[in-house]
Design a protein around this ligand. Sequence first.
Ligand code: CMC
Length: 431
Amino acid sequence: MAQTTRTASLTIDGKTYELPIHSPTAGPDVIDITKLYAQAGVFTHDPGFTSTSACESAITFIDGDKGELMHRGYPIDQLAEKSHYLEVCYLLLYGELPSAAALEHFETTITRHTMIHEQMHNFFRGFRRDAHPMATMVGVVGAMSAFYHDSTDINDAHQREIASHRLIAKMPTIAAMAYKYSIGQPFVYPRNDLDYASNFLRMCFAVPAEDYVVDPVLARAMDRIFTLHADHEQNASTSTVRLASSSGANPFACIAAGIACLWGPAHGGANQACLEMLKEIGSVDRIPEFIARAKDKNDPFRLMGFGHRVYKNFDPRATVMKTSADEVLDLLGVENNPLLQIAKELERIAVQDPYFIEKKLFPNVDFYSGIILEAMGFPTAMFTPIFAVSRTVGWISQWKEQLADPAMKIGRPRQLYMGPTARDYIDIENR
Ligand code: CMC
């Protein structure tokens, strides 16, 4: 429990209410308004939750002004450089870095859960071939509750644990199958002798006629993309998972809800939108035109991959991603990649522009990730599914934390009602 350090006073119509202030281990203090309505008969109003904390959490911390992101206290740049995705999964789920034995056990458990129920193959075949892989993933992950109902009881700790492992293990398989289905190729089964990232690359790119030999540098880049997206505290999709779960919904339904939310272009869909934007810009000399559009209030266009609700200085994930983009393109022998050139020039111009400086808009994680993924051979439609694979562990860690929280209640925001007041029904002939 957070410490209550002092109180804030709120005076309404001459009457003063004392509101407890909680001090977190890091970040700004939080005024507790849970009893405000009961005591003062008023709500607070905060669309978009810009100043509202909705839960207590000990998983991830972001300092947006300093550009810091930490998982369980460990800075993301250290994790991206020294750790790997499954170790970060363990850290997020259980709170501490694993011992060598614990990590081996965890990796074996995840590896042994990568296959999906064979009957789910038929389920995939019900989708149109041209469906976006995210559409397929929302459906298939939601349907897991129909295939794995032995791990849907949220009150059973063992079932919660199995559901967590199943989701982390099967998500790459499901994303790869959604991709294979969309391009009309046969599904590729997972292989237990490969690590998490290599296995995913192989399931996406191998065909029965020709195996896919995984390049360790690409596998490392893939793993780093998974690591950088693993969790991001109370973002829109995570909050969606928490809200869905607050009603007692099963984990597969909650994660499907998270995937649906992630799909939007303001959130996980930004990586696809960003690459499409770079292609639309097409050449460095057209950048000023697009910068002007982004600044024009009458034009809905925004620079995709720019800006963040929390980061107001730089996104530490973007820094690692930019280096990774250089490494991957180097390895693939892609010299002077035009999209990377446009991206770097766009960043250079935008960060010097008063509009972007004043509004504190910087490249976010999605600005460079698309360039790496495209160089690896992924079509743009797969960018957001890859984000979903990575973020699954964050969603699950937050879901588990919420279920264990004694303060957990069904999520139920209030509203500022501006509709008509009570009026009598008018019979149709009199309207
Ligand atoms: N290009 C141009 N102007 C922008 C941009 C942008 N990318 N982002 C924000 N602004 C302007 C916006 O018009 C507003 O101006 P004003 O104050 O004059 O009305 C001001 O900056 C504040 O924007 P906001 O929409 O109120 O800020 P927000 O915190 O609600 O939105 C955001 C954050 C990430 C949704 C937004 O910056 C955005 O739409 N960015 C592009 C999409 C994107 O890259 N999303 C990925 C986020 S990182 C990955 C993830 O978490 O999923």
